[in-house]
Write a new protein. Sequence first.
Length: 187
Amino acid sequence: MLNALVAYAAEEGAEAHNPLIPAWYDIIWSSVCFIVILVIFWKVALPRMKKLLDERSTAIEGNIAKADEAQRKAEAALVEYTAQLADARKEAGEIRDAAREDGKKIVAEAKDSATAEAARLTATAHSQIEAERQTALVSLRGEVGTLALDLAGGVIGETLSDDKKAQAVVDRFLAELEASEAEKATK
């Protein structure tokens, strides 16, 4: 058989056959196979591929829509958050201003209270000093009166035992003494 093939090839070679162009039966069988594969691909594989691509496209579009919706919600939340933050800052400023005003009022009330307390203490001290001065004056008059009576009794040579008379003499003496002090102060 090998001899037959070699002989056939030699005959074919004699006709000057181009090796780049296939034989007509190869072209027909190749075309039939190609058409069968094309029909199977067209009827089976292509619809499945189209269905798969459509599902993917729908899923991607759905995800894009969800992402857009999430983006809109995030932007709305950001706007709301920004507004709330601005309101909170404004409210904090108002509270801070109110606290400053309250602090000023408290300080003013404390100053007023301290001033009133100081005035009350000053008035109490003045009245106490005046009362002590009056007590000292009465005590001093009594002592000066007794001393004056003793001296007057020593000068006159008599004892002044009459209280009314002695009191009148002492009062007159003290009045003259105060008058002379007042004249010295005015000069």
